[in-house]
Design a protein around this ligand. Structure first.
Ligand SMILES: [Fe+2]
Ligand SMILES: [Fe+2]
Length: 472
């Protein structure tokens, strides 16, 4: 591992200048990436503006990033991989305690490539989904946070492309090209995963996306940070550092909406908050229902032989496998998974390895609930009765065990007609989107907030409330 070369064409700490072939491949990809960013990155005049952004500059726990004004196209998208831990061994599966792999084992090549491509594909996808939001941000603070998330998703793409180009030869280079060719929501060349083809064109959806969908990212990255393929494990570990901010944007964004709505509710009790241009609680709940259920899909099938294979072969571990578990084989253990059999909801005992997606989803659900508890505490403090809830994990699923049936929010099996009859109460409808569009007017005066959202508790990097996060 070399020191950080911040001023090379591609900032990196992976000694790129000593690997001519890789350096050439990445430098060849760079202009294609830049043109993708121009075409599909934030829309509007934002590319020319100075934005107060943090840039990853090292892998040290403290001082890993610096904050300064940057124009987005000049952002230093770099490659940062924490150093290898000497003597690291694989932490789980049939290969537990064997040395980690510095190269891709031939027998796992296709699976590892698929996993890296699937993760990599989500990164530019989310930038595409969010590209219009800069035109309607509720404040300069939020505008800056949006762009921070966007440039870091761009860097996450770089991280995955680095792995593809360094370890997967010609196929890796082809995959790197294709990552720039698919487009979120495009019927002919969609992004790989469903959640990343859904429109995200208002700020309520953006906050729900960063709360729930970026949080899926956290769990996928954390389980890959356990991988026996050491370069992947280390790369993912560093990406988690940046991911924390994305989830912060989501959890605090929704919290600030709820807080504002609570204040208005108290000021004018019994009146529809939409009259004040605010977002009613039911509308927030609908966005939660949608993005939470789509994000649950990202964990894969509840009962999955792929998941068992990834675990047994040391490719993908459980969340904090080494810290959290004492037994790493996961053999002769079972997990009870609710399933529908003969039209009845019952449960099946599934070999634990085959239930690894569900084990990871359990961790995710607990983490989401913590965020919801935080929102509800804010509502309680504000003295209003409404509480946000997470629907059952069976509700509104498009992947896995529950995708062939219909369930209500509580997780009871219902028929399709009953589901369709309730859809308008459960999900944002076109009139909700029209309303959201009508109130999402940009608010770009320093220190000001749109009426539908409370001010943040503190500034980014301890800046004052009226800090000029974006120079207009
Ligand atoms: Fe990401
Ligand atoms: Fe993210």
């Amino acid at each position: 591992m070399s020191e950080v070369n911040r001023y090379e064409k591609i900032p990196n700490n992976v000694n790129l200048s000593h690997d001519r072939r890789l350096q050439r491949a990445l430098e060849h990809w760079l202009p294609k990436y830049q043109s993708w960013w121009q075409d599909m990155g934030p829309c509007g005049d934002w590319q020319d503006k100075d934005i107060y952004l943090r840039t990853a500059v090292s892998v040290d726990a403290d001082g890993w990033a610096d904050f300064r004004y940057v124009k987005m196209p000049d952002y230093r998208w770099g490659i940062f991989v924490p150093p290898a831990t000497p003597g690291r061994t694989i932490g789980f599966g049939d290969v537990a305690d064997q040395p980690v792999w510095d190269k891709v084992p031939g027998e796992h090549r296709n699976i590892l490539r698929r996993i890296i491509v699937t993760q990599g594909d989500t990164e530019p996808a989310s930038v595409e989904q969010q590209r219009m939001l800069g035109n309607t941000a509720p404040s300069l603070y939020d505008l800056r946070n949006l762009f921070q998330v966007n440039v870091e998703e761009g860097r996450h793409l770089w991280a995955m492309v680095y792995l593809l180009q360094s370890y997967f030869g010609k196929d890796g280079r082809e995959e790197a090209e294709e990552l720039l060719q698919r487009r979120s929501g495009n019927p002919d060349k969609p992004r790989i995963l469903d959640a990343f083809n859904q429109p995200c064109s208002d700020w309520l959806s953006f906050f729900a996306f960063t709360m729930f969908t970026d949080r899926d990212g956290k769990y996928q990255l954390a389980s890959l940070a356990e991988s026996g393929f050491d370069p992947l494990a280390r790369t993912c570990k560093f990406m988690l550092t940046e991911e924390a901010h994305h989830m912060f944007v989501g959890v605090t964004g929704i919290e600030r909406i709820l807080q504002r709505t609570a204040q208005i509710t108290k000021e004018d009790p019994g009146e529809d908050v939409r009259k004040h241009g605010c977002i009613d609680f039911e509308t927030v709940q609908k966005a939660v229902n949608f993005w939470y259920s789509y994000s649950l899909d990202l964990f894969g099938g509840e009962i999955s032989s792929n998941a068992a294979q990834y675990f047994s072969t040391g490719i993908k571990g459980r969340y904090r496998e080494k810290d959290q578990y004492t037994e790493h084989a996961a053999l002769d253990q079972f997990k009870s998974v609710p399933v529908v059999e003969n039209g009845i909801l019952t449960s099946r005992e599934v070999a634990l390895r085959n239930a690894m997606n569900e084990v990871l989803r359990d961790e995710y659900v607990v983490d989401c609930q913590k965020g919801v508890d935080r929102w509800n505490k804010t509502l309680e403090k504000e003295g209003v009765d409404f509480r946000v809830t997470l629907p059952s994990r069976r509700f509104h699923r498009h992947q896995g065990e529950y995708s062939n049936n219909f369930f209500n929010r509580e997780g009871d099996l219902i028929d399709e007609a009953s589901f369709r009859a309730k859809e308008k109460d459960w999900f944002l409808q076109s009139e909700d989107f029209s309303y959201l569009d009508s109130i999402m007017q940009p608010c770009y005066e320093r220190g000001k907030m749109a009426n539908w959202i409370a001010a943040p508790r503190k500034g980014i990097n301890r800046q004052e409330p009226d800090f000029e996060y974006v120079k207009l």
